[in-house]
Write a protein that binds this ligand. Structure first.
Ligand SMILES: C[S@@+](CC[C@H](N)C(=O)[O-])C[C@H]1O[C@@H](n2cnc3c(N)ncnc32)[C@H](O)[C@@H]1O
Length: 239
């Protein structure tokens, strides 16, 4: 039980889309400042796992401004097709600007709760800080499972519940400090109060692993990063 964790906010796709549209051009700057640059390391750990899977086609879902998709493009073989997908056009515009002139990567519009993709279409997929924002987490997990080929894997990079000793400091930062700093950078304090709320109410590693299995994945592993502030879940579709 985290006494200082904020209550769970109601998540609706339309509101999420509007919120990210409003901060899209300041999203990267806020990320770097608020995580003190550690987010780059978290994404690189995710990409390393994908590289081990050696996929021919990989999609980064809820790609936002495209950082994971671009890191995948950089680290994977040139033969691998990399796609970033999101439903928020202004975030995709930022991603497309960053990808200008880079071959083998494309950004497409799509709702992760109803993916515009055929079954068994990809070998691997990633989702970074996106699952928390889904209106229906189980529907999103089931959709990602559907479009993965048998034996393919999903990497979920997401905020989690930190180790007990860190919690009081972490939640103080999340609830009191972060919205003020983020408000200055993005001009939208509410968006970052929402962030604190969604993080505080998000399942811990064991619970998220259970939810992933319950949605139909065959196996799952969970790795805590940075004192458990973030976790990397890897899940496989059965052969
Ligand atoms: C916190 S951002 C993460 C962006 C990026 N993955 C990163 O690592 O910085 C969350 C993203 O999830 C997207 N998102 C939320 N729900 C979605 C849905 N149902 N379908 C597609 N994108 C969604 C939002 O538009 C937003 O770009």
């Amino acid at each position: 039980m985290q006494k200082s964790a904020p209550s769970s906010p109601r998540i609706e796709s339309e509101g999420v889309n509007q919120m990210f549209s409003g901060i899209a051009d300041r999203y990267d700057r806020a990320n770097r400042c608020l995580s003190l640059g550690i987010d780059v390391y978290w994404r690189s750990r995710t990409v390393r796992r994908v590289k081990q899977a050696n996929p021919q086609r990989v999609i980064d879902f809820a790609t936002g401004s495209g950082d994971i998709a671009l890191a995948l493009r950089k680290k994977l073989s040139p033969q691998t097709e990399v796609i970033g997908m999101d439903f928020c056009e202004p975030m995709l515009d930022e991603a497309r600007k960053k990808a200008k002139g880079i071959e083998g990567i494309s950004f497409r519009t799509g709702d992760c709760l109803d993916l515009p993709l055929e079954d068994n279409f990809i070998d691997a997929c990633t989702i970074g800080f996106g699952l928390r924002n889904f209106e229906d987490r189980e529907a999103g997990l089931r959709e990602m499972l559907r479009v993965l080929r048998p034996g393919g894997c999903l990497l979920v990079l997401e905020f989690s519940q930190p180790f007990a000793l860190l919690r009081p400091f972490y939640y103080f930062y999340l609830n009191k400090v972060l919205p003020k700093i983020a408000g200055r950078i993005t001009g939208d304090v509410q968006a970052y109060q929402y962030l604190g709320g969604t993080i505080g109410s998000f399942p811990d590693r064991a619970e998220l692993s259970q939810q992933i299995l319950a949605s139909g994945f065959d196996r799952v592993s969970a790795t805590p990063l940075t004192g458990g502030i973030v976790a990397l879940h890897q899940a496989w579709k059965g052969e």
